[in-house]
Design a protein around this ligand. Sequence first.
Ligand code: HH2
Length: 272
Amino acid sequence: MAMVPIEERFPRPSVMGVVNVTPDSFSDGGVNYRAEDAVAAARRMRDEGAAIVDVGGESTRPGSDGVSLDEELHRVVPVLEALEGDVPVSIDTAKAEVARRALALGAVLVNDVTALRGDPELAEVVAASEAYLCLMHMQGEPRTMQDDPHYEDVAGEVAAFLEERLRFAVDAGISEERICLDPGFGFGKTMEQNFELLARLDEIAALGRPVLVGLSRKRSLGRILGDPDATTGPLSASLAAAVKAYEHGATIFRVHDVREHVEALTVAAAVR
Ligand code: HH2
């Protein structure tokens, strides 16, 4: 596959549908854990206007532990096989072997929430392919990241981190035009830090790469509505956050509710 720059393949705004092939994701609690359900969800998302679907076999919700390589492959491979040639796929993994298998099955993007800090072989796997890559910011690791996140300057630190990881990826042989950056909403950030980051998303966009955002159903959206113990946020709040992110320069939107986000972002994009 001859790859065009990521900003051409996924123009602003593009929607990425979330397909969690997990029993324990924070946001969709196992609805797509069975392969056939995941495949049906992915096809529906494509029909609703998703430019790509993000298939993941490991939950990264706050407090979660990792899964084994075998388990992750067992979850995602049947889904990727069924979708090959049918729906554009992103693989949400930090494991080189999962990425390798996914790319062999036609995945076009590797979404690594560790930004190439997790598996030392992942950079090489991506470099050897023509795939796109998403580098995401996270402070800490999923099991403990929400314990006490701390920043002097959240947007400045996230931007500096992403700039450093971008350089690392380019040095590993992955050309810049294949890469997008993600501030990692909810990954080691308090509600206040998430909202500050959203307000200052322009500073991430100023790094010159397309910005991917995952705000959909995140707990900060439930908490700002008044429930201090919320573990998810509603669709209405997700749409508002996505439109705000669009206005601050986001390009790709990782969402669970594809149709509603496509509609909201179509309206937002028409206002110019
Ligand atoms: N958020 C989640 C997972 N992967 N990838 C990127 N690039 N950006 C994100 O914000 C992001 C992500 C968490 O959401 P979800 O997949 O719904 O839940 P879980 O990790 O529990 O499966």
